[in-house]
Design a protein around this ligand. Structure first.
Ligand code: K7E
Ligand code: CUA
Length: 678
């Protein structure tokens, strides 16, 4: 990995993407064979029936999801749907989860998710929740790690490109979201050329430590730059948050060139305790802003939506001491805080060094008012007054840094396709290893926390090329597991990943594996459409709406014959899996179903909407091979022409039918289930 300095500069100012690819291809063959050590296979082998040591959570990038892997094996354990509909289990298709994808732009079935972030207690991942951001329509999701399910999604108002998100404070009091794209605030019709007057950035602090109650605590108005990534302080720097920004040139066209002019851009250091004081003193302005908060009701397990209308916004001009700029070369991407909380590492994509700021020096510089200037109420500290040191000749295109907890930092070099290990304090490069190809983020379990489990680092590569059997023009993404337990990094394993894993998080499996829910107790199932026993199912009409209730159990549905539906009716199937045993699922699908199937966990009720257009008899069946007589797990629903006199019947007892009709009447009177009646 050696490159002349002149070539490095040339590469640095050229387009990152295309050059990275070329360079990666030019170098790949030479080192690949010699990299894998003799015992690599044994180091990643997890024998059948044994468990992996770590759970790893990978962002799905433009798939909008999260995938869960075991480490060191690299085995895919689960795909958790978050921002995208997932026909495999009906997420975002069934009536129970649709509300999670509600936004002020309407129902959005997709996003681009970049950064999974585990909740923390005292600066250490605690395994309660995983947060992840939506980049395109700014949102933050919370995934519950006893169920591995998305339980809450908060839209971020006044924002475009929720990229610097959802990094957490050490106590998970807040997760954050910063605007990648500055936009008019509020967003109105103005000439793009009025960027400098009208476009603003902002930093959102989101209350995160109460399930079902995520909300924007406050937003901080910022100059119209692009905000890229963030990380909270810890230890001595607890109470501070650091965000990178680029495009301090405030270019609004041809950013590739126009936003790469300035020698230094900024890391902004935000004193969020000071922000809290200003909010308490009434210095934040309640500003109209529409956004959605969506969450899963913990008793009914149905998602609900609430439209919110305003947020408190702090202008740094009204809250002295809330933020300071640390000049940082050059178009910085990652900002990473070492486990001690003293060092603030900036990764300038176009920089030839890795600059490291000192929190101690930053405080002294603030006290001494060592400012170059002030921008929109934010003092710019002097570079030399805050700099702890620079890592010289680290490689090309530094993007992200993680820590091993033993005094070393590891930085990805996108252009020179390598991970570089360097020592905190002396800033010397001590090791480097090629990666295949063009790594973005890297991840050490707990590697952005106070206590990294510094055994492995994973390179999350952007380009795969020839690493696997070819699969046409598009290849799966590629992760590489590297042993960092010794002095020298050792490549152990390549494994493909789903979507584009920007960032990932991992923690020891022991923290969460014994807290897993095995099934939902039927007695606790408060879904308004639950059917608890075989005789409780049935069919009821209310105008053009027909509700069908049935149970699923090995190996039948009950009832399993329904008549009286008419073409053009809106039918809701409410299916309850009454199994009370771990991992016994049933599925449900009807001929001509326009959305997706249902997959039902044991003890769970789910509702699927179906609008039959054509008279006929429609079979339905279980989609999950659940038992020896799974193929017998089927039924029929008859659809007659509109206005037909065919009576509503289900092959269920008369008593049960009367009860269902009574329930329905009761619900109508008491106005329940408005959501489903729409
Ligand atoms: Cu570097 Cu979106 Cu965190 Cu991807 S970002 S690499
Ligand atoms: Cu139930 Cu197959």
């Amino acid at each position: 990995m050696h490159i002349s300095f002149r070539r490095s500069i040339w590469l640095a100012i050229a387009s990152l993407g295309s050059i990275g690819t070329l360079y990666a291809c030019a170098t790949r063959r030479s080192a690949a064979g010699s990299l894998v050590t003799g015992d690599a296979a044994a180091r990643v082998y997890v024998p059948p029936g044994s468990y992996d040591e770590f759970y790893a959570f990978m962002s799905g990038g433009y798939s909008g999801q999260v995938s869960v892997y075991g480490l060191p094996s690299g085995r895919l354990l689960k795909l958790v749907p978050v921002f995208s509909q997932f026909p495999e289990d009906g997420y975002g298709y069934n009536e129970d989860t649709k509300a999670l994808l509600q936004t002020t732009y309407g129902f959005i079935p997709w996003d681009d998710s970049h950064h999974p972030e585990l909740s923390q207690t005292d600066g250490v991942p605690d395994g309660r929740w995983l947060f992840i951001n939506a980049n395109n329509t700014p949102r933050i999701a919370r995934i519950d790690l006893t169920r591995f399910e998305t339980e809450e999604i908060l839209q971020i108002p006044n924002a475009a490109g929720g990229h610097a998100s959802p990094f957490t404070t050490p106590d998970t009091k807040y997760v954050v979201s910063a605007t990648r794209f500055s936009v008019p605030m509020p967003n109105t019709d103005v000439p793009i050329a009025s960027y400098k007057q009208n476009f603003k950035g902002n930093l959102s602090f989101v209350k995160a430590n109460e399930p079902g109650k995520m909300d924007v605590a406050f937003q901080i108005l910022m100059p119209g730059y692009d905000y890229d990534l963030g990380h909270a302080g810890k230890g001595p720097s607890d109470g501070w948050f650091f965000f990178t920004s680029y495009n301090t040139e405030q270019a609004y066209q041809k950013l590739e060139e126009n936003a790469s002019q300035n020698d230094k851009d900024f890391i902004v250091a935000v004193n969020y305790k000071r922000a809290e004081e200003c909010v308490a003193q009434g210095k934040a302005k309640r500003t109209p802003a529409e956004y959605y908060h969506n969450w899963v009701d913990s008793s009914t397990h149905e998602a609900k939506s609430e439209r919110k209308t305003s947020v408190p916004v702090i202008d740094p001009k009204d809250c002295a001491g809330i933020a300071y700029y640390l000049p940082t070369p050059k178009s910085p991407h990652g900002v990473d805080i070492d486990p001690t909380g003293e060092y603030i590492v900036g990764d300038g994509k176009l920089s030839t060094v890795i600059p490291v700021h000192s929190f101690k020096k930053m405080q002294l510089a603030i006290a001494a008012q060592a400012f170059d200037t002030t921008i929109d109420g934010i003092p710019v500290l002097k570079y030399d007054a805050v700099l702890a040191g620079e890592v010289q000749h680290p490689g090309l295109g530094p993007l992200h840094t993680e820590f091993d907890g033993k005094g070393y930092a590891y930085t990805t070099m996108f252009i020179s396709s390598e991970i570089v290990k360097w020592k905190l304090g002396t800033w010397e490069v001590v090791d480097r290893i090629p990666t295949y190809y063009s790594p973005g983020h890297l991840m050490i379990p707990g590697g952005d926390s106070k206590h990294p489990w510094g055994k492995y680092v994973i390179a999350l590569n952007k380009i795969t090329k020839d690493r696997y059997l070819p699969t046409g023009p598009e290849m799966a993404q590629s992760a590489q597991l590297i042993d960092i337990s010794g002095d020298k990094m050792k490549l152990l394993l390549d494994f493909p990943t789903i979507g584009e894993p920007h960032y990932a998080q991992a923690l020891p499996a022991s923290i969460i594996k014994d807290k897993q829910l095995k099934f939902q107790k039927l007695t606790d199932n408060a879904d308004p459409w639950v059917t608890r026993s075989e005789s409780d199912g049935g069919i009821v009409r209310t105008g053009k709406r027909v509700d069908v209730k049935l149970i699923a159990i090995r190996s039948h549905f009950a009832p399993d014959n329904f008549e009286g539906v008419q073409a053009g009716d809106t039918v809701y199937f409410h299916v309850t899996n009454i199994e009370q045993d771990w991992d016994i699922l049933h599925g449900f699908a009807v001929l001509g179903m326009q959305n997706s199937e249902l997959i039902l966990q044991p003890g769970q009720t789910r509702t699927l909407q179906w609008i039959p257009r054509t008279p006929g008899v429609y079979p339905f069946y279980c989609t999950d091979f659940c038992s020896a007589l799974h193929q017998e797990m089927q039924g029929y629903i008859r659809v007659s022409p509109a206005g037909s006199s065919v009576k509503l019947v289900a092959n269920v007892s008369k008593k049960a039918q009367a009860q269902l009709a009574q329930d329905r009447e009761h619900e109508k009177e008491h106005g329940k289930h408005e959501r489903k009646e729409r």
